[in-house]
Ligand binder design. Structure first.
Ligand SMILES: [Zn+2]
Length: 774
């Protein structure tokens, strides 16, 4: 951590907040843990941020209450907006794989807040803050984040942690000059990441790909570290960082040249290490300090983001010139295909895999093997080796940086070892929210990554392999690939909050969005019961959610999850269930706001199919889902709204024109795709019956598609007639060949014959077929 006025300012804000929190929880702090008086910079920061909302301000004398927090997602409005009002449960983030919190209508009862205070008391009493730890900004921030993410101080709109972070960031930016009129918003973007991650071909690709995406988290982190060191700012000034993007708040004076220096240094390294494929764009805008608490702030946010994309396109124009220069080419690396290395630099990928690979690819492959159990990472600018760890060297000039990977050890032992880490080094604890673990070394911060992975049964200590996933499926032996992201994220950040688009709220929005992908997604993969199936019976936002089975679905491997998107592989049937769970849990987590949706693409392939192609295909499937109107899933080569896949309860969700066309038909009991698959699975009709049923249904779908081809206007009367009615007699024939116990199920029989279900024949048939094929 840099010792600077800026860090002091932020530390004092954190001390104030923890002090108030301790009072509220009735914790007796030792006398050396004092409430620091407001410095000029803090006074100014509080004035600017909270002048419209005097209640929020905390001080030593004032009575402050812990108050329930409204759901910020409710305030997002693009097209429809949210009409309900939700609150978070008065909860905190538990140690490891914390359970997904779901919002509720109505305030949480006071007894929950009292319970939370008891919890805070217990933890802070055990922790025994002292003179040393009282100066530990990372520790104090973690306390506030753990306990202050779902409640607030005297206010229902902004989470405690976001209030404190924003105040600390502005105070730090003003530390040298409390009367500054302007602030600077810096944005960074590592472009070319997708290409770096996905353009690889080779054995062991799954392992390497995961390593590459983890490596890029470290690279993003290094960019943040370099900026903070150079600008002498504390970490609280980072508004958001992850997946190659970052935003931070800085003072305007003396920063211009420093930014240039950092960008040149990093880009030189990136160019050497990634053959120019990855590039850091850094941009900034200066703005009037008062804008930070008004909607004007969103304009600056958009402007700086816009500047970044201009820089990126300029960079690629420059690159074309580079490509035209004559250069030597050599034998390419067989993993990433770079051909700029002398032949002696290529070596076998590993002891078992003999293909020739470049040093970066070899390093990634090796790293991939260690990531299953990574518990901590230590960043050092001095030490090349720490016994018992694996170093990753970032070859920066003039001095390299090392990230040492701690893995596998018992956690208690690991935490003991951290005591010996000097305060010039930074410790990252991976997905760990235990306060105790953060008080051992001065500079310990959480590294949140969506990194769930099933273990291999074939090779101890290794990640599940594609072949193993395929062998664990129900039905056909295939691997599924899922890509998914939040729809219209840019617009949500640029204008979703309307007049509320202030720094603390934008920070809150991005924090909560990325929690879902980095924190709660792991929990959902690890424990389906606690995070979804059980909650459905308790939590209103989850009512009407669906699932094909109640089985665990743990045969998954996260390749990337963070920010607002994910790329996950797994046993194909489990991938489908997981995609449905993710969609439904995310919608519930965001209060079912109609403007916050996800689009996804799933592809299903042979385990030997090259991973980079699977990544391309699932990416294309996701694009198709977006292209057809978003809030959709592409699966089995077909795109439907999530509600159509999951089953529609509320007929008002059906397209208006179609509803009008079918107006005389009543809504069938089963409507959509999953309900039919679920019923048939439950009946367990055996291979022969299901094979016949699938064949007949597919023939019907094919005839229907063939007949539909001749219509240009898919909503013409003839087209609609063809789509919804022409083939219904065929369905009667198909149904008649099912066993009696299915036919006795009148919901199934009459629903499948309803024209409402005519568009889904192929999807239903394909799904059942894959589930029953060996
Ligand atoms: Zn390579």
């Amino acid at each position: 951590m840099t010792d600077s006025k800026a860090t002091d300012a932020s530390l004092q804000v954190a001390q104030q907040a923890v002090w108030v929190l301790a009072q509220l929880a009735n914790v007796q702090l030792p006398s050396e843990c004092k409430y620091p008086e407001d410095s000029e910079a803090i006074k100014q920061a509080k004035r600017i941020l909270w002048s419209n909302n005097q209640d929020i301000l905390w001080s030593k004398e004032k009575t402050v209450n812990l108050t329930p927090l409204r759901l910020l997602f409710d305030q997002v409005q693009l097209l429809h907006g949210q009409h309900k009002q939700h609150y978070w449960e008065a909860t905190y983030i538990k140690g490891i794989n914390p359970q997904i919190p779901y919002p509720r209508e109505g305030k949480p009862p006071q007894r929950d807040i009292e319970f939370l205070k008891k919890r805070i008391k217990r933890v802070l009493s055990l922790e025994k803050l002292n003179r040393e730890t009282w100066k530990n900004l990372s520790l104090l921030t973690l306390i506030l984040e753990k306990f202050g993410s779902y409640i607030s101080f005297n206010n229902s709109d902004i989470a405690l942690i976001d209030m404190v972070r924003a105040t600390g960031a502005v105070a730090a930016a003003l530390a040298k000059n409390p009367n500054a009129e302007k602030l600077r918003l810096i944005a960074g973007d590592l472009s070319g990441i997708q290409k770096f991650i996905y353009t690889i071909t080779s054995a062991g690709a799954l392992k390497s790909l995961r390593a590459r995406s983890f490596y890029l988290e470290l690279v993003t982190e290094e960019v943040v570290q370099q900026l903070l060191q150079k600008l002498e700012l504390p970490r609280t000034n980072v508004i958001y960082a992850g997946g190659g993007n970052l935003y931070l708040l800085a003072p305007t004076n003396e920063t211009e040249d420093k930014l240039k220096e950092v960008s040149q240094k990093l880009n030189k390294w990136l160019a050497d290490d990634f053959q120019g494929k990855v590039f850091l764009a850094l941009a900034h805008v200066d703005f009037n300090i008062r804008d930070i608490a008004t909607k004007e702030f969103a304009k600056h946010w958009s402007e700086v983001t816009q500047k970044l994309s201009e820089q990126k396109s300029r960079k690629f124009t420059d690159q074309i010139v580079d490509f035209l220069k004559p250069r030597d080419s050599h034998t390419p690396c067989s993993v990433c295909h770079r051909d700029d290395l002398e032949p002696e630099k290529l070596q076998p990928l590993s002891d078992e895999i003999s293909v020739e690979a470049c040093p970066t690819c070899r390093r990634m492959f090796e790293l991939g093997g260690k990531l299953l159990k990574v518990k901590a990472v230590v960043r050092s600018q001095k030490r090349e080796r720490i016994p018992g760890t694996t170093p990753i060297k970032l070859n920066l000039e003039p001095e390299p940086v090392y990230y040492h990977i701690f893995q596998g050890k018992k956690k208690s032992q690991l935490i003991e070892n951290l005591k010996h880490i000097p305060d010039t080094e930074t410790v990252y604890l991976v997905n760990d929210w235990m306060i105790y673990d953060y008080s051992r070394a001065t500079n310990t911060i959480p590294l949140l990554v969506g990194n769930y992975a099933q273990k291999s049964e074939e090779e101890e200590g290794s990640l599940i392999r594609a072949g193993e996933m395929a062998a664990k499926t129900k039905g056909i032996d295939r691997v599924g690939y899922l890509r998914m992201d939040v729809d219209r994220l840019g617009q949500i950040f640029a204008r979703g909050l309307g007049d509320n688009q202030t720094l603390p709220k934008l920070a809150g929005l991005s924090r909560q969005m990325s929690y879902f992908f980095k924190v709660y997604l792991n929990s959902l993969a690890e424990n389906r019961q606690e995070n979804f199936l059980k909650q459905r019976r308790i939590v209103k936002v989850l009512e009407n959610t669906k699932s094909l089975s109640s089985d665990e679905r743990k045969n998954l491997l996260f390749i990337y999850a963070g920010g607002d998107d994910l790329f996950i592989s797994g046993a194909w049937n489990e991938i489908i269930e997981f995609a449905f769970d993710v969609y439904q849990c995310f919608r519930a987590y965001t209060g079912n706001n109609p403007d916050i949706t996800l689009s996804g693409g799933i592809t299903i392939d042979d385990p030997k199919f090259p991973l980079y192609q699977a990544a391309d295909e699932s990416g294309a499937a996701e694009e198709e889902a977006k292209g057809k109107g978003r809030d959709r899933l592409s699966l089995f080569g077909q795109v439907f709204k999530w509600d159509e896949w999951l089953g529609i309860d509320d007929i008002s969700l059906i397209d208006f024109d179609i509803k009008q066309y079918l107006h005389q038909e009543s809504k069938p009991k089963l409507l959509g795709i999953l309900p039919f698959v679920e019923r048939l699975e439950r009946q367990d009709i055996g291979v022969n019956y299901s094979r016949n049923f699938v064949r007949n249904l597919l023939i019907t779908a094919q005839m229907q598609e063939q007949a539909l081809k001749k219509f240009e206007d898919s909503k013409s009367k003839e087209a609609l007639g063809t789509r919804y009615y022409l083939h219904l007699p065929k369905i009667a024939y198909t149904l008649a060949r099912l066993p009696n116990r299915v036919l006795d199920d009148s919901d199934f029989r009459t629903s499948l014959k309803s024209p409402y279900n005519a568009p889904y024949f192929r999807a239903i048939a394909t799904w059942i077929e894959l589930l029953n094929r060996s």
